[in-house]
Design a binder for this molecule. Structure first.
Ligand code: NZQ
Ligand code: ZN
Length: 388
């Protein structure tokens, strides 16, 4: 494995009753003026907003609000949040929502402390100089943003969607109560599952040798997602399934299962280019791109794919070559995405070939992408064409 340093400072509160018991203490430990950030209103409809506001008010906290954070959160909304924080002297940002709300909050937190435009940090033209403290209440199992320092922001003017972050943007605390995900609609539940599974795949496909524990840990998370996904999709109020899926999403991207390996992340880079232009759900884009990326790179290390077939999908290896098993693994991945109702083609989002070249060019604008193997513009174009 590669040498590594691991540190994750987020205090994680999992399960029922934790918000009621510990939220006020976590918030007031930091300060008394909070920016409450949320999305398009799901937390108002399901009662979480009233609960959180009630707890904060009882603790004497002054609340300012930024609502309407978009899925694929936009830079313009981040700017609004920065203005409020500066004007009102906010001590802590409390993000209540899914990955978009949390990512927007991370960008605001960095932006408040940054002298230039926060976009420079995402565009690799500047580095974060600090951040306001941030806490989260997660309402959708998907990104792992509740326990990592990354975030993805869309600059709609330039049609760019870029990831960024800093050691300052780990949430100080995150509350993950599976009951808060009961109201997540079926399609968003599916997208979340596609996203967490893709995070596992991104980690799984790397070129580093001698990483048996990492491989088995990642396989364990993949297997758990595959075994439990349909229960959460079919029955939104299945507590055990929601809890398991939520825990998988956190574990898939909090750094615990991939220490000492540098994952691939080409599919994420490609998906970000698709949603930068078409504003599609992140998980939906990944479900389409990943199997086609797998077809494109399988020969780099067929054994890695074969392991997926035998260890995760329990394919009997008797009489089958490594290459055959690798091909079966990719079909199993396709089949799984299909079985939970994920999109399979860009055409499902009415996307044609018109921007394929532009997206490929943009995906590699900083450098070739990937780490399992490097992809240039031509490779990305082929993967996108196969995804049409
Ligand atoms: O806006 P509201 O009304 O809250 O509705 C949201 C939104 O429409 C809804 N929703 C969330 N919780 C709900 C709910 N509806 C009912 N009940 C609930 N409990 O779901 C919709 C999608 O929410 P969103 O936050 O956009 O989804 P997700 O968590 O999948 O986040 C997607 C964003 O995260 C980025 C993606 O690129 C995308 O911009 N990512 C962030 C990462 C990170 N920070 O580590 C890594 C990922 O790879 C990803 O790129
Ligand atoms: Zn993702």
């Amino acid at each position: 494995m590669n040498p590594f340093r691991f540190q994750n400072p987020t205090a994680l509160y999992y399960g029922k009753g934790q918000i009621e018991e510990y939220l006020a203490a976590e918030v007031t430990k930091v300060g008394k003026t909070v920016l409450l950030v949320y999305g398009g209103g799901s937390i108002k409809r399901n009662g979480l907003y009233d609960k959180v506001v009630g707890i904060l008010k009882s603790a004497g906290v002054t609340i300012h609000e930024l609502s309407g954070v978009e899925t694929n959160p936009r830079l313009t909304t981040v700017h609004k949040g920065i203005d409020i924080c500066r004007k009102e002297g906010v001590d802590l940002i409390l993000a209540v929502g899914g990955g978009s709300v949390i990512d927007c909050s991370k960008a605001i937190a960095m932006g408040v402390k940054y002298e230039g435009d926060v976009w420079e940090i995402y565009a690799r033209k500047g580095a974060a100089t600090g951040a306001l403290p941030l806490g989260t209440i997660l309402t959708l199992a998907a990104t792992g943003s509740e326990m990592n320092s990354g975030g993805v922001i869309t600059n709609w003017e330039t049609k760019e969607k870029l990831g960024g972050g800093s050691p300052y943007t780990f949430p100080a605390f995150s509350f993950c109560d599976p009951e808060n995900t009961y109201t997540v609609p079926k399609d968003q539940t599916v997208y979340g599952i596609c996203d967490m599974l893709s995070h596992c795949f991104e980690h799984y496909f790397h070129p580093t040798e001698h990483t048996p524990l990492q491989q088995h840990l990642i396989e364990a998370v993949i297997s758990t997602i595959v075994e439990n996904a349909r229960f959460a999709v079919d029955n939104p109020e299945d507590y055990n399934a929601r809890e398991t899926i939520m825990y998988c999403s956190t574990m898939a991207l909090n750094g615990m299962i991939n220490m000492g390996v540098q994952g691939d992340w080409a599919c994420h880079a490609i998906e970000h280019e698709i949603s930068a232009i078409y504003d599609i759900p992140h998980g939906g884009g990944l479900a389409i791109v990943f199997p086609n990326w797998m077809d494109h790179v399988v020969n780099v290390n067929p054994q890695r794919f074969a392991n997926l077939a035998t260890r995760v999908f329990h394919v009997d290896p008797t009489g089958k070559s490594t290459e055959e098993l690798a091909g079966i693994a990719i079909e199993k991945v396709r089949e799984f995405f299909r079985s939970i109702g994920a999109p399979t083609r860009l055409a499902d989002y009415d996307i044609g070939s018109e921007n394929v070249e532009r997206m490929a060019e943009q995906a590699v604008r900083f450098k070739p992408i990937g780490n399992f193997t490097l992809l240039g513009k031509e490779d990305v174009q082929q993967i996108l064409k196969a995804s049409l």
